[in-house]
Design a protein around this ligand. Structure first.
Ligand SMILES: CC(C)(COP(=O)(O)OP(=O)(O)OC[C@H]1O[C@@H](n2cnc3c(N)ncnc32)[C@H](O)[C@@H]1OP(=O)(O)O)[C@@H](O)C(=O)NCCC(=O)NCCS
Length: 169
């Protein structure tokens, strides 16, 4: 999966607000949403995707969704599903809205969509330094199945990706 995150783990964060999470909407990402998606992408990642990548994913028919609450776009997910396998390519929450349960809700949503599309398992990559995302994935049963060496750009070099997998059935 995607790129670097800037935020270090904060062990003093408050518990997720379940009321906020229950008011969420998941909508298909449209080309018109890409500007707002990019604003979040640039803040959330040190090495963001380009606008063109999001447009290509939408046009290619990947599952691309935005997470909306009261007209505010809080995050988004991009996932490819092929031959019974779902590959989560991007999952991101606006840094200002992180730590409130939205990331977990978004991942749950992607897993539900993967199941509905007939995927038997979901795969994703995560930076070795991205401890927050790793904690989220581990908490819902993803397990490490490999490492892709030098997968991500990094300051002054490259960073490895951990490949994670979860059965959907
Ligand atoms: C990873 C990401 C999607 C998590 O979203 P989030 O809304 O902040 O996470 P949630 O509030 O739903 O928390 C889900 C879990 O993540 C972990 N987590 C979230 N924030 C954390 C923090 N500040 N410190 C430590 N663990 C944290 C916890 O395991 C948490 O579960 P818990 O609340 O039961 O303890 C979000 O941080 C993000 O968008 N990061 C930038 C993009 C990115 O790195 N995407 C993943 C690429 S592989």
């Amino acid at each position: 999966m995607v790129l670097n995150r800037k935020q270090a783990p904060n062990l003093n964060r408050s518990a997720p607000d379940r009321g906020l999470v229950s008011a969420l909407n998941f909508q298909p990402m449209r080309l018109e949403d890409v500007d707002r998606v990019m604003a979040i992408e640039r803040h959330a990642y040190e090495f963001p995707w380009t606008e063109g990548i999001f447009r290509d994913c939408i046009r290619a028919g990947y599952y691309c969704c935005v997470l909306v609450r009261e007209d505010a776009l809080l995050g988004y997910g991009v996932m490819a599903v092929a031959v019974e396998e779902a590959h989560a390519l991007n999952l991101c929450i606006d840094p200002q809205a992180q730590g409130q349960g939205y990331g977990r809700a978004l991942l749950d949503h992607l897993m539900r969509k993967a199941r509905l599309a007939g995927a038997a398992r979901m795969l994703l990559e995560v930076r070795v330094s991205n401890f927050i995302a790793q904690a989220l994935y581990a908490s819902v049963g993803f397990i490490e199945i490999g490492v892709r060496r030098n997968y991500y750009p990094d300051r002054g070099g490259r960073e490895d990706a951990i490949v994670l997998s979860r059965m959907m059935v």
